[in-house]
Design a protein around this ligand. Structure first.
Ligand SMILES: *Cc1c(COP(=O)(O)O)cnc(C)c1O
Length: 406
């Protein structure tokens, strides 16, 4: 007999690193979810840019159950067909020649930073170990990646931190240029900062980083964990900017909800990662790879990618009209279906409150820092779901304003 579960159990049993919503979702379909009480939610959070095909997509269920009936895992002493097929899909669709599979975004970035250090050490010597990253960046929660991330609040409690990582100002090329020199082995950057507030890079900034990396023999790493797999309306955001990185990390939407991550690289760089230099038990797991293969082949089509641009328009037009009415937001920004609504100074710090009101209205949204309401819905969300979701968002905005003391 299974025990009945309530939200209060979380507070008693779980390590308190999260503060989940007061309800527990139990079932999903497309861009809708239902909680234990049967209340319906429209999902604009997309599992934090993960559920690119929404919930319970038939192609994902088929890929998962088909592989589940064959075998689940062998470990890295054996390769498998789904992993090799997925690798070929990624190689054919991008600049990369080689792929390393892991299970999360942090692990993909950890692998990228380790590769960059090893490449520099092998080729130039151990003095070339500097990593340049950016303030407000987010690269994951391992000690190396959280140190590369530009939010000291997330890393300082875990000191001593890995050394030789410095932070420039995002979208400020002069500030990056002041830190990048011949001792730099890698520059790691998000083509659009996600957690940092939904801030797209200026094209000239990314082009400038490419030039600086070339000049100083540093590897340019694009962290596309959040922007990848169609999120921006291109398969990867580097295609939107026409700036090609040396290494690219991808995770989140890659598995559509099944944990998987990957590091993509050109041959020249991948070749330093010889047998035994790196690995992970589950990387390239056949279940994860089978699901990711199905997700990737659906998303990497003109129909879905152009659909993202269409959907971005549905969102921004309606958000602008909501804002014309309530004047809550400074700016509505983003690329494709990663959209940020930045609150005006008068409402600074209140994004969480709006997200809580939205949940009461039956809408799941994200925040990105204290001042930005963030949407990262399924790439195939229907027009009806967008319309109804934004109706609910509008009611949440109205209630928020009614409750804010003048
Ligand atoms: C989410 C995210 C990560 C971390 O991914 P995990 O799967 O949580 O480890 C890294 N980089 C970016 C840009 C992200 O958005």
């Amino acid at each position: 007999m299974s025990q009945s579960i309530t939200r209060q159990d979380f507070d008693q049993w779980m390590m308190p690193v999260y503060a989940p919503a007061p309800f527990i979702p139990v079932r999903g379909e497309g861009s809708r979810l239902w909680d234990q009480q049967g209340k319906e939610y429209i999902d604009f959070a997309g599992g934090i840019a993960v559920n690119a095909l929404g919930h319970a997509h038939p192609a994902m269920i088929q890929a998962l159950t088909e592989q589940a009936g064959k075998f689940w895992h062998t470990g890295n002493g054996y390769t498998n067909e789904p992993a090799l097929r997925l690798a070929k899909q990624l190689i054919d669709a991008t600049f990369a020649d080689r792929v390393f599979f892991c299970n999360s975004g942090a692990e993909a970035n950890e692998a990228a930073l380790k590769l960059a250090r090893k490449y520099a050490h092998d080729k130039f010597g151990s003095h070339k170990s500097g990593i340049v990253a950016f303030k407000n960046a987010f690269h994951g929660r391992t000690l190396f990646t959280v140190t590369a991330g530009g939010q000291p609040a997330y890393s300082q409690d875990f000191a001593p931190l890995p050394p030789d990582i410095r932070h420039a100002v995002y979208n400020d090329l002069a500030s990056a240029s002041a830190l990048i020199d011949d001792g730099t082995c890698a520059v790691i950057v998000e083509p659009m900062q996600g957690e940092g507030g939904v801030v797209p890079a200026d094209p000239a900034f990314l082009r400038g980083l490419r030039e600086l990396c070339d000049r100083h023999d540093a590897l340019l790493i694009f962290d596309e964990v959040q922007t990848g797999v169609g999120r921006t309306g291109e398969l990867y955001a580097y295609m939107h900017y026409s700036v090609t990185p040396d290494l690219l990390t991808t995770a989140k939407a890659l598995g559509g909800g099944f944990p998987v991550g990957a590091l993509l690289a050109k041959d020249t760089y991948a070749s330093v990662m010889t047998v035994g230099t790196h690995g992970t038990t589950y990387g390239g797991n056949p279940l994860a790879s089978a699901v990711a293969g199905a997700v990737f082949s659906i998303i990497n089509t003109p129909q879905v990618l152009n659909g993202v641009k269409q959907r971005q328009q549905w969102f921004t037009e309606r958000l602008l009209s909501i804002n014309a009415r309530y004047s809550l937001f400074n700016e509505i920004r983003g690329l494709g279906l990663l959209i940020g609504c930045e609150l005006k100074a008068a409402y600074a710090g209140k994004a969480k409150q709006i997200s809580q009101l939205a949940a009461e209205e039956g809408l799941m949204v994200l925040i990105a820092g204290a001042n930005v309401v963030r949407f990262a819905p399924a790439l195939i969300i229907t027009e009806e779901e967008v319309t109804h979701g934004l109706d609910r968002f509008e009611r949440a905005c109205e209630r928020f304003l009614a409750g804010v003391s003048p």
